[in-house]
Design a binder for this molecule. Structure first.
Ligand SMILES: C=C(O[C@@H]1C=C(C(=O)O)C=C[C@H]1O)C(=O)O
Length: 118
């Protein structure tokens, strides 16, 4: 039986309520993070296609510097470790740049959207 207002969980029955509730919140936040990351990558892939068509390089270090400064300040205001915030951004951007390199290679090889140079 489910309790109204309490998220269904796959925790074992002997887990205390307070811990179960905290874990339900963590699960909701993790789900939100997955959706946010999926949207961010969907957007960065569009940027990758645009940059490949405009023959711009996959990475933009000066843009990244501005993002790091902004995110570090946001993290400090939010009570999140700015070192962690920077590491997390860099981890994501590294993956984005890999996608951009793949997109540029595909367009250069005539596959993908076939709109390179259009
Ligand atoms: C998305 C871009 O490409 C790269 C990835 C970035 C990101 O994931 O935020 C930022 C700068 C670029 O190195 C961009 O140029 O805007």
């Amino acid at each position: 039986m489910t309790t109204p207002g309490i998220h269904r969980s796959n925790e074992p029955a002997d887990v205390p309520d307070e811990l179960r509730e905290a874990r339900a919140t963590i699960d909701n936040i993790d789900a939100a993070l997955v959706h946010l990351l999926a949207e961010r990558f969907r957007c960065t892939k569009r940027v990758g296609v645009l940059k490949a068509r405009l023959e711009l390089p996959p990475s933009d270090p000066s843009r990244e510097e501005r993002q790091v400064a902004r995110l570090r300040a946001l993290a400090e205001d939010a009570g999140l470790d700015p070192v962690f915030a920077e590491k997390f951004l860099k981890f994501i951007v590294e993956e984005v740049i890999r996608h951009h390199e793949d997109i540029a290679d595909s367009l250069a090889n005539g596959d993908g959207t076939g709109r390179a140079g259009a």
